[in-house]
Design a protein around this ligand. Structure first.
Ligand SMILES: [Zn+2]
Length: 80
């Protein structure tokens, strides 16, 4: 799909870690699927993925660990 941001490149699927910080706690969600433009670097996260990402980050920040990581595709909590 053509990038509507720069009109120079194609969007391709990538997986990227997303991080959130609150009250001294850090939440990391790994391998979040999104699209990235190879030309300008603009990224798109579909709405339903964004919502799931938000739920995961919120759940990690609500837990008792200082730094929590999860993979986007699983429900496993692997707290570091
Ligand atoms: Zn672009």
């Amino acid at each position: 799909m053509r990038c509507e941001h720069c009109d120079q490149g194609d969007r391709r699927p990538v997986k990227q870690a997303k991080l959130a910080e609150r009250d001294g706690k850090v939440a990391v969600v790994l391998e979040v699927p999104m699209e990235e433009c190879q030309a300008c670097g603009e990224r798109w996260l579909p709405w339903d993925f964004a919502r799931r990402l938000d739920e995961l980050l919120t759940a990690i920040l609500a837990s008792d660990v200082e730094v929590g990581t999860r993979h986007f595709g699983t429900h496993d909590a692997s707290a570091a």
